[in-house]
Design a protein around this ligand. Structure first.
Ligand code: CP
Length: 301
């Protein structure tokens, strides 16, 4: 990974993934080693973010580095018509690593091709969100004690949810059994179905929560309103699921409810009081995992 961009979770080998999970644990136990002294990291966000941007910035601060960038492209010369290429080439003059979120699928790959410094994809449209996946894997390892042979239930917007797409690809290395729960209009795209079939990974698709008593992880996602071109289509599907506390009765003791956040209405607030609700700890784990990602890419010892 040293000196390389992180664009897709498919850029990482299972060994890379396991090393980041292990390093995340190190940073959780040793939160402030000043490994980034003298380094500058840019966070360049063309789309809104709370967790990804702020946990990256916390990670850099804890490592002793400096941050530049923008949280809203409207405050930058993008507003004057500057291209993505020119923006990246400019910011690369000022920084050692660029963390970028952009609404267009493939934008992170393009940025990585033109950039002289590594690009970390903080989400490109409905495509990939690899750093979210790495913190999800760290969260799964922490709560389940392993990554392999788990029953993973994924719920919600499986069509546009980039965290789902990255997570499925990463977990495919660890013999999972998947259950996909979605409105028929928000099913997992065909390319991911084929990906699983080609690897003989067992999965089923359904529109209800049947079988939840077998789940080790229940990964809930928001319907991605910003990806719908027709607001009527969004209205049709937005309230299809709502996880409530009573639905967790009869589930396994080790079950954790995860969510990349932000949530809208898909998890009722009464679930927050359950020891099975893990989404806020999951967001916290993002700092340690992003410290690990920065350290690996910049080759910090
Ligand atoms: N999980 C996630 O990407 O959250 P933000 O959109 O707040 O960064």
């Amino acid at each position: 990974m040293r000196g390389k961009s992180l664009v897709s979770i498919a850029d990482l080998t299972p060994d890379d993934i396991l090393q980041i999970v292990e390093l995340s644990e190190f940073f959780e136990k040793n939160p402030q080693p000043r490994l980034l002294d003298g380094h500058v990291v840019a966070t360049v966000f063309y789309e809104p973010s709370t967790r990804t941007r702020l946990s990256f910035e916390t990670a850099v601060q804890r490592l002793g580095g400096r941050i530049i960038g923008f949280a809203d492209a409207k405050t930058s010369s993008v507003r004057k018509g500057e291209s993505l290429k020119d923006t990246i080439l400019t910011i690369a003059n000022y920084s050692d690593l660029i963390v970028m979120r952009h609404p267009l699928e493939g934008s992170a790959r393009y940025a990585a091709e033109v950039s002289p410094v590594p690009i970390v994809n903080a989400g490109d449209g409905a495509n990939q969100h690899p750093t979210q996946t790495l913190l999800d894997l760290y969260s799964i390892q922490k709560t389940q004690g392993r990554l392999d042979k788990l029953n993973i239930f994924l719920v919600g917007d499986l069509k546009f949810g980039r965290t789902v797409h990255s997570l499925i690809m990463a977990l495919s290395h660890f013999s999972p059994r998947f259950v996909f729960i979605s409105h028929p209009d928000l099913r997992l795209p065909r390319e991911y179905i084929l990906f699983l079939q080609n690897r003989n990974i067992p999965f089923r698709e359904q529109t209800d929560f049947s079988g939840l008593e077998d789940a080790d992880i229940l990964y809930v996602t928001r319907v991605q309103k910003e990806r719908f071109s027709d607001p009527i289509e969004y209205e049709k599907v937005k309230d299809f699921y709502r996880l409530t506390l009573d639905m967790l009765q009869g589930t396994k003791d080790n079950l954790k409810v995860m969510h990349p956040l932000p949530r809208v209405d898909e998890i009722a607030s009464d679930v927050d009081s359950s020891p099975k609700a893990y989404y806020f700890q999951q967001a916290r784990n993002g700092v340690f995992t992003r410290q690990a990602i920065i350290a690996r890419i910049l080759g910090l010892k």
